[in-house]
Design a protein around this ligand. Sequence first.
Ligand code: IFM
Length: 481
Amino acid sequence: MSDSQSDAASGAFPPGFLWGAATASYQIEGAAREDGRTPSIWDTFSHTPGKVLGGDTGDVAVDHYHRWREDVGLMKQLGLGAYRFSVSWPRVQPTGRGPAVQRGLDFYRRLVDELLASGIQPALTLYHWDLPQELEDAGGWPERDTALRFADYAAIVADALGDRVENWITLNEPWCSSFLGYGSGVHAPGRTDHLATLRAAHHLNLAHGLGAQRLRAAMPARNRIAISLNTAVVRPLTQSPEDQDAARRIDALANGIFDGPLLDGAYPEDLIADTARLTDWSFVRDGDLAAINHPLDALGLNYYTPSLVSRADDNAAAPRADGHGTTEHSPWPCADDIAFHQTPGERTAMGWTVDPTGLYDLLMRYTRKAPDLPLYITENGAAYDDKPDPDGQVRDPERLAYLRAHLGTVRRAIQDGADVRGYYLWSLLDNFEWSYGYSKRFGAVYVDYATQARTIKASGHWYAELAKTGRLPKEPADSMT
Ligand code: IFM
């Protein structure tokens, strides 16, 4: 038994386990038109009537651009060891080309310095979905040039912050950028073209690889480079060969399309065969796969809920609801005959089933697939309809139970050999939940959107206790729950 396995067996997380929280630029910053920032695809999308619930936009969000110092203070109160944030590409390189804007970079430098002074490790994500609109106008992720532009942008940020940020994540959830952005169209830029979806996925992979090369060249060797994937845990509805094949196909489209080139240096053969009627994949050029296969220092996994699929008898009847909204257009290319089902059990406010076994399965899957790669859970959490009580406290027992259950399975996975080094709660603050606007609250900290007042929720106090002791607290942190 390794040291970390025996720690886990004794109820504790391994020493040095990183307790973090995560956010993303467009979801929290606001200040959409300040200091030279130009519009991203999410500015355009959210300002298009009918795209985001209630017509919400990220114009103000939770005003983190101005309240960042207060927010670092909240992180200190939560006892966080790490904070994962993303850089807004159009804030530091407006329009996605050309020189950097110093004021934009200065914002992140101040934030990082404050984190370091507070003993909180920064973990920087380069791309969490806010593509400069001008790059989308030039074709967006389906076009190869966007990957080259990303590599230049990565070098700019590495030059500015590589001396003080040690944890780097190239992309967040490239599946969402490609399949929701270009397939179902429920995310920006809102296109519904399955060939564009697959091209976007490849160019996001290429962006990761080229970006990782540039980061490596520009930064001290101690810095770690990772990517955050929202790998799906895909389960067949029944054990019939048809349902098992449906699960295999969705697995290839959700996972193999990213972890194949990243970890094995190739797209899975079944993915190529399953999508042959749409494309011959000739947009993959010589040298691309080697670039994407650039060595990683860690793998980030984001987990919320598993997927349950079956082969639909009647194509027209295949439900579209797959956890990302019920949409007119499926995000999944060449999979119109596959149906998605609600997994049984309690659901969060997103309608996502609470199933911590999926997180265990995910961690063990990548332990088997990439045994030498440290794993980080770069997102996990739940939305609930939180409201302050008359005494001003925010009691969120469902989220607390969700976190406790999921962290219990993380501990079990460590005990069973998974090299999990840290956990980032999604999210630090309530924020702009993409096409759901401000209607879904994921934060450990409640935000009153009218006043921007912040209140640590009961689950946040509980998490602080966990971060302090490295053990799952037996009882809620205080009488609030
Ligand atoms: O809010 C998002 C985040 O931006 C990416 N991962 C999933 C979260 C919850 O939907």
